[in-house]
Design a protein around this ligand. Sequence first.
Ligand SMILES: [Zn+2]
Length: 102
Amino acid sequence: MTNDCKECNGAGVTVKFDKTHEIFVREDCITCALEERYREQLFKRLSSSLSKASVERLAKTLAGLVIEISSDEVLDRLDGYSKSKEYDNMFALISVIGEMIK
Ligand SMILES: [Zn+2]
């Protein structure tokens, strides 16, 4: 589901007129469903490719990406978690950065 979907404007559903029953029906947006499926498949392919890299290379790439896209507030929190060795909190925050910058 994307906000720039021309079919549903991000609602994830479209309303169509059913001529047989003469009623309006809500249907899942096919464009969004296809986009979501593509992203799921891309996630699997990229994960598979990245699994061939070393832990050090993955860690440096992820750290660089996180620093590049995060706000100062998020970076301060990550720095705090890193210093106090709160790795679960650090990963939890990293895993939602994508949602925070949308
Ligand atoms: Zn849509």
